[in-house]
Design a protein around this ligand. Structure first.
Ligand SMILES: Nc1ncnc2c1ncn2[C@@H]1O[C@H](COP(=O)(O)OP(=O)(O)OP(=O)(O)O)[C@@H](O)[C@H]1O
Ligand SMILES: [Mg+2]
Length: 330
């Protein structure tokens, strides 16, 4: 049945100069909008685009009087206001507008990485040991080096570079100071898990189905820690971009596949995910899987993440987009 679909997304701030040099991540969403729109049109649906720009209090106006059956939610939060992502989802909930993907509750929960790690632990899901540190309490550090220092509530590898991986107190302090001053006053410090890196997406509302597992493959020059940095995602001219690949489906044996599947489904159940989501994880020295995070609003650009995983099991991009819409209307 043809539907009227409104695509909600971040309107890139045009002429505005972004201080962190991170405009690449912001324009990335446009590629996604074009692809989703094309797929929806190919499926016979009507499409309207709803670009959002700050300030947040103008968003209800943009949402009011929409003549639509469902909103395709690609809104990732305004630059430097990560919490605007769940806030906009809550606005749609309060207005009774059905939308794709995760509800505000899940977007909110998973945005706070430290808070959500506690939820994972509670649910029996293994996640790297961690502490939330500030310049004032960095002396309380009780983890084992090496560690990785990350913003507590940002995504798209904002602020991640090789220096974030630290192996002594001096480096730790520097990074806690740097991350804290740039991202809301504190830093999430985790033990660094150096094994293979995987991610897997799920589809489903109350019952989740794992789509496929990808492995991130690293061939980096010596001395560069194997992590997905901001560069590996967005800057083609760098060692990180050139030295980072994806293998999908991951080449793994049945037992590792089972371990990953259990970790992914347990994480999504613990989060209460609806629609679609992607879980990032790493293998530790003992062969176990440690969950790094659940992305409740993951990239759905063709050939990446969930779209690539869907393709690996024979699901066309249009089929994936229709499935996501169907789950929203369920
Ligand atoms: N504890 C850890 N041990 C090893 N590597 C890690 C750890 N935490 C993060 N990383 C590396 O850093 C990358 C980014 O970390 P993470 O997924 O937590 O943050 P993100 O920036 O929110 O990512 P995304 O863009 O997927 O939302 C991971 O893909 C992984 O390569
Ligand atoms: Mg991640």
């Amino acid at each position: 049945m043809p539907l009227k679909v409104a695509i909600l997304y971040n309107d890139p701030p045009g002429e505005v100069i972004i201080p962190n040099g991170e405009e690449e991540a912001i324009t990335g969403v446009l590629e996604e909008v074009v692809a989703v729109k094309k797929a929806l049109l190919a499926l016979g649906h009507g499409v309207e685009k709803i670009p959002l720009r700050p300030p947040l209090d103008t968003v209800p106006h943009a949402l009011r009087n929409l003549n639509t059956d469902v909103i395709f939610n690609l809104f990732e939060g305004f630059e430097d206001q990560p919490h605007s992502e769940p806030v906009v989802a809550r606005m749609m909930e309060e207005m009774g507008l059905p939308f794709t993907g995760n509800p505000s509750r899940v977007l909110d929960l998973t945005l706070d990485k430290a808070g959500f790690k506690a939820v994972l632990q509670e649910a029996g899901v293994d996640t790297p040991a961690f502490m939330v540190l500030t310049p004032a309490n960095v002396q309380d550090f009780r983890l084992r080096f090496p560690c990785i220092v990350k913003p507590r509530d940002e995504d798209a590898s904002h602020g991640l570079s090789p220096e974030n991986v630290v192996s002594d107190m001096q480096q730790l302090k520097e990074q806690v100071v740097r991350i804290s001053s740039r991202f809301r006053g504190c830093a999430l410090v985790e033990e660094f898990i150096d094994g293979r890196e995987f991610n897997a997406s799920v589809l489903g509302n109350s019952v989740h189905e794992l789509v496929e597992i990808s492995e991130i493959t690293y061939t980096l020059p010596p001395g560069l820690p194997r992590i997905l940095t901001f560069e590996s995602k967005w800057f083609e001219d760098t060692d990180y971009y050139k030295g980072t690949g994806v293998s999908c489906p991951a080449q793994i044996d049945a037992s590792l596949r089972e371990t990953i599947t259990v970790a992914v489904l347990s994480s999504c159940r613990a989060a209460g995910c609806r629609g679609y989501a992607r879980v990032d994880m790493r293998q530790d020295r003992d062969g176990g899987i440690k969950v790094l995070e659940v992305n409740a609003n993951p990239d759905i650009t063709p050939e990446l993440g969930i779209a690539r995983q869907a393709a690996a099991r024979g699901m066309a991009y249009t089929e994936l987009i229709q499935k996501i819409v169907d789950l929203a209307l369920e």
